[in-house]
Design a protein around this ligand. Structure first.
Ligand code: PLP
Length: 247
């Protein structure tokens, strides 16, 4: 039983506890600095490249929300975590190919990366049999460049325009439009990126009042995101350590 995922090595547990304490302090400081209630901000531990044992250890330390970006990695990991009797909320945060939708729906509570009407339709069709609607965030491209994913604000394209995509999710039975997700574009100051995102989110909320979630901010820029209204920050490396490969 030495390879049981529940038996994370004590030194790894201590490392995760220290990372978690640092990230929690950063979130609390950022909330205090901008006059926000700490309870408004949920930390999602992005565990990609790290094993199920780390997810289980983090859950034991009070982490409730976990993010993954590749189904090939996430599906077996989620199964291993569930088999250990641990049940975090799973957020799918990566590019989602339509042929992976069925698999992702087996474990994901929230899909944060919906960026086309086509993908929304595929998700809606697959989510039909669920007992509660799938929580969906529409990923938005802050700089309007769709090459790194994200629906495009003020695009007339009926498949990837932000308006059509949020409208399709809101209209789909089986999906709930919970809000927006974004990644700060390369080369942009986080302050500028998240200020623009806040404007986009306000416009979406004006049309869809239930779309209150704003998933923004990662290890390097979570303070700026919290300053501009993030309700969820997605933290990987600051919590778990530097990943061996960028992806
Ligand atoms: C990997 C990843 C993160 C976490 O990034 P870190 O810089 O390691 O905190 C957040 N969001 C998405 C979509 C990711 O793919």
């Amino acid at each position: 039983m030495t390879d049981s995922p529940a038996l994370v090595r004590p030194d790894r547990r201590a490392e995760l506890a220290a990372g978690l304490a640092r990230v929690r302090a950063r979130i609390a400081d950022a909330c205090a600095a901008t006059g926000r209630d700490r309870a408004e901000v949920t930390m999602i531990a992005v565990t990609k490249t790290y094993p199920a044992a780390d997810v289980i250890a983090l859950a034991g330390l009070g982490v409730t929300d976990v993010g993954e970006n590749r189904d090939q990695e996430a599906a077996p990991k989620a199964a291993e975590v569930a088999a250990a009797g641990v049940a975090p909320r799973w957020h799918f945060v990566g590019r989602l190919q339509r042929n992976k939708v069925k698999s992702v729906l087996r474990y994901a509570d929230t899909v944060q990366s919906v960026d086309s009407v086509r993908l929304a339709s595929t998700l809606a069709a697959a989510a039909g049999g669920r007992d509660r609607p799938l929580e969906v965030l529409v990923q938005v491209s802050i700089d309007g460049d769709p090459s790194r994913g994200g629906a495009v604000p003020s695009s007339a394209d009926p498949d990837v325009g932000l308006g059509p995509v949020t409208g399709a999710v809101a209209a789909a039975e089986g999906l709930r439009l919970a809000g927006l997700m974004a990644v700060a574009p390369l080369g942009w100051e986080p302050e500028r990126a998240f200020a623009r995102l806040a404007t986009l989110a306000a416009a979406v909320r004006a049309e869809h009042p239930g779309a209150t979630v704003l998933s923004a901010g990662m290890s390097g820029d979570l303070e700026a995101a919290i300053g501009h209204g993030a309700t969820h920050v997605r933290v990987g490396s600051a919590l778990l350590g530097m990943r061996p490969t960028l992806r």
